[in-house]
Design a protein around this ligand. Structure first.
Ligand SMILES: N[C@@H](CCC(=O)N[C@@H](CS)C(=O)NCC(=O)O)C(=O)O
Length: 441
């Protein structure tokens, strides 16, 4: 079985899936491998859209013709077919580690996306210093005008920013990516608070990756690939944040390179680490922390718990409101039973534009850094929460799992509320078909 990955190098969620597929392939767990294909507009509209109902990247096509859209669903799909070198801890044997993996993935996908998205577009504004407009235009032009000479690719990117994203009037009349930032609750009032949230997390990553090469020890897992979304194509590759990351967070920078499968002085796939035996022979030894394995005994280190505490403190209140607001919308006159719901992460989905912007029925209050603000409700978070609820069911299925996870969640303020997730989801469950979301009732 081989796979085609349709992706962009500049894309948050493409980086997550590419690093995951590279890891599986290099560990020998993906026979047949995968082909990484630039998702040009021609392929997006001619192939991806008819197959799944969305042009979003990444998308994967298996050699039997099956299409999968959404980074999390792609990982679930590949894991179900290639279970060697699993990236998800077994819920029965390591219930805390399993839950921790999904919680970090959710935080990375749907919360860190806001400051990750902001830094790219803020430091592209004409009057902001330092500035990476040209870098960003080049990477967008290289998708929009793939195959054209460099100067034309750069010009194509600048054209997209002006004509489609209206970058010159981003503050006064936000369009494109700038309108999307407002829909995500990232405005001049909140942007510094969002960035402070990211900086706090970077400090927590320094502490964790200073002791362990990956979230769960000496091998990567689902949470690492989740974090790769914000930390690779955005914070590491974008020029302004990339300079900051390299100069202020070398430990996180090395984790990015390691998780991407780059050679980092033998700490990952392609270079070996040897010692010399007494008689001068080369003797191999693990190059990564923790003996090159996940931590045993279902250990979740304190430094990882500190990251999960951010999930409960900052993101969980919004997720509770997402479930309530989606349930109210589904039962309102604005929605037909079983009808479609918006599916996008980064911006309001066009057919629901009025509902997801301003004070629309699919907007809600949230808090960041003590500031009250408003943002769109994102039903794809419901789909992510349903996935989490399944893991929770698995870990709670045994008496030992139940005791262990209940005690573990108790340490986080409001952590025990997660145990009622199925009840909270009861009136807002969704069904995913290709890329499209529908209510269940
Ligand atoms: N939840 C989806 C989000 C995918 C997504 O938003 N992809 C972005 C690029 S990182 C995109 O294609 N946006 C353009 C669009 O949705 O039209 C996932 O995890 O794959």
């Amino acid at each position: 079985m081989t796979y085609r990955l349709f992706s962009w190098e500049l894309s948050y969620f493409s980086g997550k899936v590419r690093a995951y597929l590279r890891y599986k392939e290099r560990m020998g767990a993906l026979p047949g491998g995968f082909e990484d294909i630039l998702a040009t507009q021609e392929l997006q509209t001619g192939l991806l859209l008819p197959a799944t109902g969305s042009v979003a990247v990444p998308q994967v096509q298996a050699s039997d013709g099956t299409w999968v859209q959404d980074s999390s669903e792609i990982i679930d799909f590949i894991e179900s077919r290639h279970n060697a070198i699993s990236v998800v801890p077994n819920a029965a044997e390591a219930p805390r580690q399993a839950l921790a993996s999904y919680l970090v993935e959710l935080l990375a996908d749907e919360w860190m996306v806001v400051p990750g998205f902001w830094e790219r577009w803020h430091y592209s504004l004409h009057d902001v210093e330092p500035n990476h407009f040209d870098y960003n235009a080049m990477q967008w032009g290289s998708v929009g005008a793939a195959g054209a000479p460099g100067k034309d690719r750069l010009a194509a990117g600048a054209f997209i920013f002006e004509e489609i994203f209206g970058i010159s009037e981003a503050r006064t009349n936000p369009r494109g990516t700038y309108a999307a930032l407002v829909q995500l609750g990232c405005t001049e009032e909140t942007e510094q608070a969002w960035w402070a949230s990211m900086e706090n997390l970077l400090g927590l990553f320094d502490a964790h990756f200073g002791a362990h090469d990956f979230l769960l020890g000496g091998l990567p897992s689902l949470g690492d690939f989740g974090l790769f979304g914000p930390l690779y194509a955005h914070l590491y590759r974008d020029a302004t944040s990339g300079f900051m990351l390299r100069t202020q967070h070398p430990i996180v920078t090395e984790w990015v390179e390691r998780t991407n499968g780059d050679n980092v002085s033998a700490r990952t796939y392609d270079q070996r680490l040897y010692s010399l035996s007494e008689d001068g022979e080369l003797v191999g030894r693990p190059a990564t922390s923790d003996g090159g394995q996940w931590l045993t005994g279902d250990e979740v280190p304190d430094t990882l718990e500190a990251i999960i505490a951010v999930f409960f403190e900052e993101m969980w209140p919004m997720l509770k409101s997402t479930m309530e607001k989606t349930a109210a919308f589904i039962s309102s006159d604005a929605h037909e039973p079983g009808g479609e719901l918006p599916g996008k992460t980064f911006s309001a989905d066009l057919p629901w534009y009025e509902h997801q912007s301003g004070e629309g029925a699919l907007t809600h209050d949230f808090e960041i850094g003590g500031i009250q603000a408003r943002r769109m409700v994102t039903p794809c978070q419901i789909w992510m929460l349903q996935r989490l609820a399944t893991v929770l069911d698995d870990v709670m299925a045994s008496e030992t799992g139940r005791v262990s996870v209940t005690a573990w969640l108790d340490q986080f303020p409001k952590g025990s509320e997660l145990l009622g997730l199925n009840d909270r989801l009861a009136d807002c469950r969704v069904r995913k078909e290709g890329a499209r979301l529908f209510s269940l009732r």
